[in-house]
Design a protein around this ligand. Structure first.
Ligand code: GLC
Length: 738
């Protein structure tokens, strides 16, 4: 009896200690752990290893259980599921000396198990609520699977669709990409709710300018002016950090001669001192080791020294901090204060996640079963997916009638499921996806006869399936043909020099068009493709990207008019790969483009114009957008310019329009782009309805970096342009006076 009483009293004492500890500021709690740690254990916290559950890079390390037990790593990635993370967490908090809990990270880029459109597709929605809802579901599912940290959002601007990872970002424009970056961070982390069990740490990546490699070739050199970097590539990182992103990941690439992972200007002067980032910096996969082949480090020990002194707190998978940091500290090359600074940042995250109070708080089997792939999450995924679809052409073919009796649904991607989840599909599985054929069948039920045929493969030149597909089309009232890329043809390490439609798919479309039946081309791809013939001849053309788990249902919603397509391109579609980089916010040059004037900046063999421009997308209804009506034609320092715009639904079907506002600084001491997006609003309008939109332009919206790289606004004329695509705007001039 006495022993039970003693034990109870001891437990009460421990609980009260814990309760007192929980009341202390996190910084004090961190310090109390730091005081117990050996140098090796500190370095262990600065080490992140992958498990052998998945590979997202060139190396795998089987001995991670022993690493955990010996305190040689403080975080793991590519491990998910309550059972597995609980098993590994148990090793850390029961078998290691200091019982410091692990953080589990994973690439939850566009969904965990319920997969959402690839980020480039989601960006085409221009719908910030949808973007945030998507990240919110991803966080809810990932945290229910024992995860604490996602390596997202990827916010790299890209103007080169040869680069496979263009699929992972938000396209070519800093204003759209910054708005999306902030929403994704808030969706993952919550706003002020960080640390609640359904939220996870965000990780803004890849810092910085990874999306501008020479030749569009992944991991290649990035070299650009500081003005281009600060005006175009930096803003989305700034927006994500301002939104509270707790971690940043360094990029593989060099930036202007110095690899990001060893770039002190980037990781300390800019990120810490200028952007005031207070969180933790993790490297990309063995990117410290790669400083040796980059040619800035003589060996991996030197690489460790460069990276930690530049500001990289945690080594992803390189095992170089683990091998060399102790020596570097003992040799006086790395101050212990730098190690302590990194470890404090890491431990702070673990406290903020509540892992010291309850290491298993994300390990709830019941929640895992009820949250993941729920109908609720699938419904959100379907809604985000259909909002991401861009209607590129429609010669009165769409929407199709639901009364159709015979419908041919053909093409290599018509019945496909595995590709619909795109690259970076986390724990997503094709088996949970709704294919296009399934989606149409779900929509139309048994009242329609679906005639299916593959016609051809995505790649290769086998045309033997054409006849069957054409025969099916000939029997049908209308034809839907699904073509594009495979999911592996975009994403990491997936750059393509030729971004035309692979294989003989275009020939298949031409053969199908020979039947004279109403035909809809459904594109499924991870990047802009050069499809000039389709872009000018397809009777109807839908850009559906990789829409994820609910793809088939979302496409069917659009095909049959249950959802009026509202997507707008977040990136220009080149007509030819030779035009790249082709983007809307280009400079005029001293010889601006005139198609019929030889002595101009142009090509002999092709127009300068993209096939489809930034901000472009059609609807099943029509809209009228008024000219911009600024509240003043002259504005002074400190004044805002309020711009009113009326938008009317002039058609007979409800729909959404994305009203875009661009500016052009007509004369400045530094050449300015012919257009720059400054604001946008997506509005829903009933037939005949008019809305009066207000855009407020602040000083920063007119500013640029002058020849001294100072932000400035100069007196003179600015065009303000509004419209529903960058190439369809109405302009007014306002004057900035001294
Ligand atoms: C990859 C990617 C990075 C990802 C990391 C972990 O190489 O570059 O975006 O988060 O490794 O998988």
């Amino acid at each position: 009896m006495k022993n039970i009483l003693t034990s109870l009293l001891f437990l009460l004492f421990l609980n009260s200690l814990a309760a007192q500890s929980r009341q202390k500021p996190v910084s004090e709690r961190v310090d109390s752990v730091m005081a117990l740690m050996t140098l090796e254990e500190k370095i262990g916290q600065m080490t992140l290893f992958t498990t052998d559950w998945g590979s997202t890079g060139p190396t795998i390390r089987p001995g991670y259980r022993e690493d955990i037990k010996e305190g040689r790593c403080g975080a793991l990635f590519n491990a998910h599921g309550v059972a597995f993370t609980r098993e590994l967490q148990r090793i850390a908090v029961e078998e290691s000396r200091l019982k410091i809990p692990l953080i589990f990270g994973y690439d939850v880029i566009h969904g965990f198990k319920t997969i959402f459109p690839i980020p480039l597709g989601e960006a085409a929605s221009w719908d910030m609520k949808a973007v945030k809802a998507s990240a919110g579901v991803a966080a809810a599912e990932a945290s229910a699977a024992g995860l604490h940290w996602t390596f997202a959002p990827m916010v790299d601007i890209s103007r080169d669709p040869r680069w496979g990872r263009i699929m992972e970002g938000a396209g070519e424009d800093p204003v759209l990409a910054s708005a999306i970056a902030a929403q994704r961070v808030q969706g993952f982390q919550g706003i002020g709710t960080f640390g609640e069990p359904n939220r996870i740490l965000a990780c803004v990546k890849h810092f910085a300018a990874y999306g501008a490699p020479f030749g569009g070739r992944d991991y290649n050199t990035v070299d650009m002016s500081e003005r281009m970097f600060r005006e175009v590539y930096l803003p989305p990182y700034q927006a994500a950090i301002a939104a509270g992103a707790r971690t940043v990941m360094t990029a593989f690439n060099e930036l202007n001669g110095v690899p990001a992972t060893a770039n002190k200007w980037l990781l300390t002067d800019l990120l810490r001192n200028e952007l005031r980032f207070k969180g933790m910096v993790v490297t990309d996969y063995t990117s410290i080791n790669e400083l040796v082949p980059h040619g800035v480090a003589a060996n991996e020990k030197h690489a460790s020294e460069l990276a930690v002194l530049a500001g990289a707190d945690m080594d992803m998978q390189g095992a170089v901090y683990q091998r060399f940091l102790k020596e570097l500290v003992e040799e006086g090359k790395v101050p212990i204060a730098r190690v302590d600074e990194a470890v404090r940042r890491i431990l702070r995250l673990k406290f903020e996640l509540g892992l010291f109070d309850d290491p298993y708080r994300y390990c709830d089997e019941k929640k895992e079963k009820s949250v993941i792939l729920s109908d609720h999450n699938r419904a959100i995924a379907r809604d985000v997916a259909r909002k991401s679809i861009v209607l590129l052409r429609n010669e009165n073919i769409l929407p199709l009638s639901k009364e159709v009796k015979k419908l041919a649904v053909v093409g290599p991607l018509a019945a496909d499921k595995d590709n619909l989840i795109g690259f970076w599909s986390a724990a997503g599985e094709g088996q949970h996806c709704v294919s296009l054929v399934d989606g149409i069948r779900n929509k139309l039920g048994t009242g329609v006869e679906l005639l299916t045929a593959k016609g051809c493969e995505i790649t290769g030149n086998d045309r033997s399936g054409f006849a069957e597909a054409v025969e099916q089309a000939s029997q049908a009232d209308a034809v839907v043909v699904a073509i594009g890329e495979s999911r592996e043809m975009s994403g990491e390490a997936a750059s393509r020099a030729d971004i035309s439609l692979p294989g003989v798919q275009e020939e298949l479309v031409k053969a199908l068009m020979g039947t004279g039946k109403p035909l809809v081309v459904v594109l499924m791809n991870g990047r802009p493709l050069t499809i000039p013939w389709l872009g000018e001849n397809a009777p109807a053309l839908l850009e559906t990207w990789w829409l994820g788990t609910e793809a088939g249902n979302a496409i069917a919603d659009v095909l049959f008019g249950d959802y009026n397509p509202s997507g707008k391109l977040p990136v220009s579609f080149p007509r030819h790969v030779g035009q790249i980089p082709v983007f809307y916010s280009h400079k005029a040059t001293g010889r601006p483009y005139q198609p019929n004037n030889k002595w101009r900046s142009k090509y002999l063999d092709i127009t300068n114009e993209p096939l489809f421009p930034f901000g472009y997308g059609l609807s099943y209804t029509t809209f009228e957008i008024s000219a911009p009506a600024p509240d003043k034609t002259k504005f002074r320092s400190g004044e805002v310019v309020k711009v009113h715009v009326k938008v009317t639904n002039t058609g007979n079907r409800e729909g959404e329009e994305v009203v875009q506002l661009y500016i052009h600084d007509k004369v400045a001491s530094v050449t300015r782009p012919v257009k720059e997006l400054r604001a946008f609003q997506k509005v829903s309008l009933k037939p005949g309805e008019t809305k009066d939109l207000l855009f407020v332009l602040f000083e920063k919206d007119f500013a640029f970096l002058d020849q001294n790289l100072e932000w400035t606004i100069e007196p003179g004329e600015f065009e303000i342009m509004v419209g529903n695509s960058v190439d369809n705007v109405k302009a007014v001039v306002v004057v900035r006076v001294e």
